[in-house]
Design a protein around this ligand. Structure first.
Ligand code: COA
Length: 166
């Protein structure tokens, strides 16, 4: 059965990410949602915390596994035997960035292929940094992150709870 991976920093995983994961899971035998570091971003949640939060969101998707990987995406791609990586596209701004990422990954893994899934129009304005900003200011994030993680995100970002040592 074919394997797809859905890599991202997912800090935190949003309703938009969940929609892409759900739709991608219908296209393959196994979907690995992979938490990878984005060295340009300072994170609010540890990779292990993000894995647990994503797992809580995909419990109804039996062919989805969640992992974290500390190195290059190309190495993870090779290790899983994936036939493609999935990335959501929210609009034209994402296209240029995603094309550059795809070309970069093909340098490290010539077999790297990527499937772009257009996001739902009503989710096209959502990003993890928007979630972090709204949560830090005490705003309502219930339409931005899956219900199971709303409290967790609020506790970390609004109440100023420290990351747990995993
Ligand atoms: N719904 C909601 N938000 C979405 C989205 C969707 N469908 N699609 C993208 N986004 C948002 C994310 O919320 C995130 O927002 P932010 O910038 O405010 O945090 C942004 O778009 C992109 O984040 P994400 O999809 O999580 O990926 P990323 O760009 O942070 O990281 C990696 C991409 C992890 C795949 C990349 O950094 C990577 O490959 N890292 C490993 C190191 C490596 O191999 N580098 C060489 C690459 S050539």
């Amino acid at each position: 059965m074919s394997v797809l991976i859905y890599p991202g920093s997912f800090d935190p995983f949003t309703v938009g990410h969940l929609d892409i994961a759900r739709r991608a899971s219908r296209l393959c035998g196994t979907l690995y949602v992979a938490v990878l570091p984005n060295p340009d971003k300072q994170s609010a949640f540890t990779p292990e915390e993000r894995v647990r939060m994503i797992e809580a969101c995909v419990q109804d998707l039996p062919n989805v596994r969640v992992e974290c990987h500390g190195g290059l995406l190309a190495d993870y791609y090779r290790r899983t035997g994936a036939v493609g990586a999935v990335r959501g596209l929210r609009g034209a701004r994402d296209v240029q960035y995603e094309l550059e990422q795809a070309m970069g990954n093909r340098l490290f893994e010539p077999g790297y292929e990527v499937l772009f899934i257009p996001c739902r129009p009503d989710y096209s304005w959502i990003s993890s940094s928007l979630v972090r900003e709204v949560a830090r200011l005490g705003g309502d994030i219930s339409n931005l992150v899956p219900a199971v993680n709303v409290r967790r995100v609020r506790e970390r970002l609004f109440a100023g709870e420290q990351p747990s040592e995993d």
